[in-house]
Design a protein around this ligand. Structure first.
Ligand SMILES: [Fe+2]
Length: 431
């Protein structure tokens, strides 16, 4: 549980808020490469850390991320014309290139050097792994991008999507690293009814260890440990035949999570604050050994697995709080735990249902919330350290992101997290 002051510090990111300043030391994913299709793309609205921006791809394919408002009379540049090497405001024809220079101000006398004094706010952009990244921090501290495994696989082995979420980013991270919730929130009813059958059925081994041991009457013993990239959340579940099932979820600064994923398919989330009460939930699925099939890609586009079904032409989930996530009560009685379709939407229902910014001063945390506690402490400590002038290590050390989440079986009887360190290191190994 957090004091109201700590909760404010954890959740507020707009303006000069300390957490916003911490986040600005890192690169922010803000759009997919395919959101800005081709040279001279349509302008694309961006909201990030409380700022309203417009992104566009110029005639050379270079992406600019500029203030939404024209510096002249503050018209909305989303309505601008993306012309030869610049975005032109439709109000008076002023034009800006991707570097923020005003390259034309046709309402001013030709002879004047007026336009040379005009600049629009811009942020540096990098394009990597089909993602457009912005850096909104101090120019002299601009770091390299984080070095995730999924940045190194071929495009055919990776699928990335994002959708908006109507609540504070910390609620989303808490869901992302909450290793015990999925056997409830995301479960199929039969998995509980037929638990004993499952446990004794060898065939389920092929579905992965997760399904076999992470059942709701098998509460785990959880551990959490600070590390250079963030926090490792380890869980031990009782197994059978003299073994325990261990899994490791990762919280990676400042807002990424990596669960073990399914066999053959890996998963990474980012929960990026668009403002204090809106978050972009990014999902990266990737494989190491083979490309996704067209069917798999088509299904992910339609919202299978962790990828949401979107209102066409937007990044807003089709099933959202305004329609109660299209909850089907009959399905809830008979088939799924929630009656809500889609794991992302199931997450949204519980996370948005807490309110835009959850009041953490009257919650009741249990032993299973140790990872969440550690994540909050870590973010708060990093924000407080930055206020004292201590820069966050991970922001400038992209190599700390070269890690895996994982799962394994270990001999029963290991009670101590430290005894499992070797395994943890093998699983969360640098690659
Ligand atoms: Fe979830």
């Amino acid at each position: 549980l957090l004091s109201p002051e700590e909760n404010e510090k954890l959740t507020r990111v707009e303006g000069n808020a300390p957490m916003g300043q911490l986040l600005r030391r890192y690169w922010q994913p803000f759009a997919l490469s395919r959101d800005l299709d081709g040279p001279d793309s349509n302008p694309f609205r961006v909201r990030l850390l409380g700022e309203n921006l417009v992104a566009f791809r110029d005639s050379n394919g270079k992406v600019g991320l500029i203030d939404k408002h024209c510096p002249h009379r503050k018209a909305d540049l989303f309505y601008g014309r993306n012309e030869e090497s610049g975005l032109r405001c439709v109000y008076h024809g002023w034009k800006f290139d991707v570097d923020g220079n005003c390259t034309d101000s046709p309402t001013e006398p030709k002879a004047s050097n007026f336009k040379e004094k005009i600049h629009i706010k811009t942020y540096p952009v990098e394009e990597k792994a089909g993602i457009l990244w912005a850096y909104m921090g101090p120019a002299d501290l601009q770091p390299e991008l984080p070095d995730f495994e999924w940045m190194h696989v071929p495009e055919t082995h990776r699928y990335v999507s994002w959708s908006t979420q109507d609540c504070n980013y910390a609620q989303a991270i808490e869901g992302g690293i909450d290793t015990v919730h999925s056997v409830y929130l995301h479960s199929i009813m039969d998995s509980h009814r037929k638990l004993d059958e499952w446990k004794n059925n060898e065939a389920w081994g092929g579905r992965g260890m997760q399904t076999r041991y992470r059942t709701k009457d098998n509460p785990p013993m959880l551990f959490a440990q600070n590390t250079d990239f963030g926090v490792i959340v380890g869980g031990r579940y009782a197994g059978d035949q003299g073994e325990d099932y261990w899994r490791y979820n990762l919280f990676l600064l400042p807002y990424y999570s990596m669960p073990p994923g399914d066999p053959g398919r890996k998963l990474c989330h980012a929960f990026i604050p668009l403002d204090d009460v809106t978050t972009a939930r990014w999902s990266v699925s990737w494989t190491l050994d083979k490309p996704f099939t067209s069917r798999e890609i088509a299904n992910m586009r339609l919202g299978s697995g962790v990828h949401c079904e979107l209102i066409p032409g937007t990044h807003r989930p089709l099933r959202n709080g305004t329609n109660d996530y299209l909850i089907d009560r009959e399905e809830q009685r008979t088939l799924t735990f929630t009656g809500i379709k889609g794991t992302g939407e199931q997450d949204f229902a519980v996370q948005e249902g807490m309110g835009p910014i959850c009041d953490r001063s009257d919650e009741h945390l249990g032993v299973s919330d140790i990872g969440i506690i550690q994540m909050r402490r870590r973010l708060l400590a990093d924000a407080e350290n930055l206020e004292k002038g201590v820069e966050p290590y991970a922001a400038t050390h992209g190599d700390v992101y070269r890690v895996h989440a994982g799962e394994t079986m270990l001999p029963s009887g290991i009670e101590d997290w430290v005894d499992a360190q070797n395994t943890q290191q093998a699983l969360a190994a640098r690659w």
